[in-house]
Design a protein around this ligand. Sequence first.
Ligand code: SAM
Length: 289
Amino acid sequence: MKTVITPGTTKDLLKQYNFKMSKSLGQNFLINEGILDEIISGSELTKEDGVLEIGPGMGALTQKLCESSGKVLAVELDKRLIPILNVTLFGFDNFKLINDDILKINLKEVLQENFGDKPAKVVANLPYYITTPIIMKLLEDKLNLRSITIMVQKEVGDRLKAAPGGKDYGALSVAVQYYSKPTQIAFVPPDSFIPRPEVDSVVIKLDILDKPPVELEDEKMFFRVVKASFGQRRKTLLNALSSGDFGLSKEGIKQLLDSLGIDEKRRGETLSLQEFADIANRIKQNLNK
Ligand code: SAM
């Protein structure tokens, strides 16, 4: 095993393998040991845990994951990194690499094959160009996961944990908070990476909820209501929902909001998860009449 966490060793390996980092694959490698330790302690790993890492890169985080958990399954798209990972992870018999695109593989099957029925923990320094699709895939596919601890661009982190009413609150906040409880565990400045990204980063932990925080008659309807409400942020709720194809006239939407005590002039970004759920359930009941 060759350790990769210092700027010196990372640069040596890059030189030795003549590795040119790919901006389009979001390759910014972590070189800050303090941050790696914060990710490891924040993700609360035990030797019993199975970990899914997305994008191991040269293996800086992977080495620490192998030391602190039972088994690490890493999915890396860039095949040029395989010979480097063979060196940096040499000696760890609890490490397995899948050379594939995280957005294309059948994660349900892969998790079952590698971890059986035990819920796995995701820990990753994500490639920023596909942050949202990765998060949504992990949550919407209803995988057997206990938690997701991820490095994301600070602006995305702010959206994941945003409360109703602020500029950061949107469809992503609602979706993430429907499935999980987000907590920020670290702030990460650009000089923690090679090369330096242009943005600040944060590490967010999503603890997967045993059951959603709201009761729904129809989950799809809930997400349709959320999408319509945030679709045109400047519109009032009445106008946004009226153009949402819910089989109700504008007057019908008006009456529905009125019956729930929700002011029609409010904007989507002020609504709590419970209020979105109330609207979706009421629309569903109307359709069933
Ligand atoms: N974990 C390493 C670290 O912390 O130093 C590298 C993190 S780097 C921000 C993101 C990694 O994700 C890169 O290694 C990149 O090649 C990989 N990657 C990019 N797109 C991917 C995809 N679609 N599927 C799997 N891995 C991907």
